[in-house]
Write a protein that binds this ligand. Structure first.
Ligand SMILES: O=C(O)CCC(=O)C(=O)O
Ligand SMILES: [Fe+2]
Length: 228
């Protein structure tokens, strides 16, 4: 059991509604190209010209707020870790989602659902890095798409089990979080998998990724729903 699972009281086999996992969603060749760009700290601006002159530097960020993970964000909105908020980027400072990433990972994602991804975050997890329990910020859209590469680690999803005791609810108080017990669902995205969080899986189930023993990279796409 990982540290992130210690609070769990009930593991469930069922996957949350709105969760969808696809293995072999992208080829290893595509990953190898992306990996090369990541280690060169530059991303090409077009898949059609992988060795072209138009490269964009990767705006790496890291720090305590990211639990030591190294991340890079692209697109017209981002999570600002310094103020703990999802924000729209100033047009002059927006770094577009590199076309290579867009063309290789989003080419089949348009479809009928019209989801328009305007944000991309690359998370690089070394063996001792994790992502703690969280819900993606409510300002981001209802559908979150994540590609996973490298070490296979579980993705954990948890939702508080409603208490029958309504002492707290009846007097309008929020039950302290440590009092909650959770349903936990464990899923296993692999190297070159993708998963979608939507609906209940997006809005009601927190997710986390524990530390592991090797390197893992995820590339998340989101849209902007805006402040409500
Ligand atoms: O690495 C993952 O699978 C999860 C990434 C994530 O939760 C996020 O970017 O908000
Ligand atoms: Fe997330």
């Amino acid at each position: 059991m990982t540290n992130l699972e210690q609070d769990a009281t009930q593991f469930i086999d069922a996957q949350p509604s709105g969760f969808h996992l696809v293995h072999n969603a992208v080829s290893n060749e595509t990953w190898e190209v992306i990996q090369r760009w990541l280690s060169s700290n530059m991303l090409p601006s077009s898949a059609n010209e992988p060795s072209n002159l138009m490269c964009v530097p990767i705006p790496w960020e890291t720090g305590e707020q990211m639990q030591g993970r190294v991340i890079a964000q692209f697109g017209s909105c981002k999570y600002d870790y310094t103020v703990d908020d999802a924000v729209l980027c100033d047009q002059s400072t927006t770094i577009q989602i590199p076309s290579y990433i867009r063309e290789t990972l989003l080419e089949n994602e348009g479809g009928d659902d019209e989801e328009h991804y305007t944000q991309c975050i690359i998370n690089v997890y070394e063996a001792n890095n994790e992502i703690p329990w969280h819900l993606d910020h409510k300002n981001f859209g209802d559908k979150v798409l994540v590609y996973t590469f490298g070490e296979e680690r579980p993705l954990l999803l948890r939702k508080p089990i409603p208490h029958n005791d309504d002492t707290f609810g009846s007097i309008g108080l929020q039950q302290p979080e440590e009092e909650y017990t959770f349903h936990i669902s464990r899923v296993y995205p692999r190297h070159c998998s993708k998963y979608i969080l939507q609906g209940s899986a997006r809005n009601e189930w927190e997710h986390s990724v524990p530390s592991g023993s090797g390197k893992r990279v995820s590339i998340t796409f989101r849209s902007w729903r805006g402040a409500k």
